[in-house]
Design a protein around this ligand. Sequence first.
Ligand code: PBG
Length: 315
Amino acid sequence: MNPERLSSNDIINNMSLKNKFVRDQLVQPIFIHEDEKSESSIPGLGKNRILFKSNVIESISRDLKNGCRNFILFFVPKNKSNTRFNAEFQENILLKIKKEFDSEVVIWVDLCLCSFTKSGHCCLFEDQKINYTESLKIMSDIGLSYVRGGADGIAPSSMLNGIVNSARMKLDSHNFKHIPIMSYSTKFASNFYGPFRAAADSSPSFGDRTSYQLDYTDKENAIKSSIKFSDEGADLLMVKPGLLSLDLIEPIALKTKKPIGAYQVSGEYSSLVYLADNKLIDFDSGLLETWSSFKRAGAQYIISYGSRYAKRLGI
Ligand code: PBG
């Protein structure tokens, strides 16, 4: 573990502060689609829009004006494959963002294959079994491309055993020892990812994700999973879906001593949007209450589709 990975950058350092709630602890997800002609609205996610190369700079500028400067990117390529992957369009967009904003922003990139594969799965399958060797190699190579493009950190979300270790070794061997890894470390096979999968075009075409995502009835294994990814070398850990995993934050923090975040997933965020749209709750107050519960439970950072409203909410 290299503590400098979290302390050399102001924004990342703020993310892992204990007993404080500061704006940099809120990470804003951004979807970027390669195909400029694809639909940009995201049913259920309020004003969140899918972005393209042509408007991503303008959108980040607007967020920056509101003090939001910590982002996680989800790339959606035009063409899907089960064998050949490259990260050219992603690298180009990262270069463009970093050229414009440099260290004014922190850019995490979600590292997974679910938006890239024809199957919509997070990894590659062979004879109906996960092909670990190939999946880990391809994902680590893509992770390296993101970092070459200027990503400040990568966030492996596939939940494959070995992905953090493999991505770490790949970065270390290419002089990127200083780049942090935010691991989706306790991620359930949840019912609450619906709006995300529509936006990321990543619904599985067969079966479900239970062969790599966790069983939400099994608390012990859920905690073990974060310990495992911590041991693989993750710098930051995460529980997901956040609101449904509040009970896990403290035990994981106690065991690992690492900063841990909560991902308020699309279905959780959507429920607030629907309630507010139907005049059943006040959106801002409701959102702030959910964030407060993450902090109360001991999360250092929060990934939320409403992070860009933090200033308006008084954070
Ligand atoms: C990619 C990924 C998913 C989410 C984040 N990264 C989808 C999934 O696992 O099916 C879900 C986020 C959300 O619902 O907001 N693997």
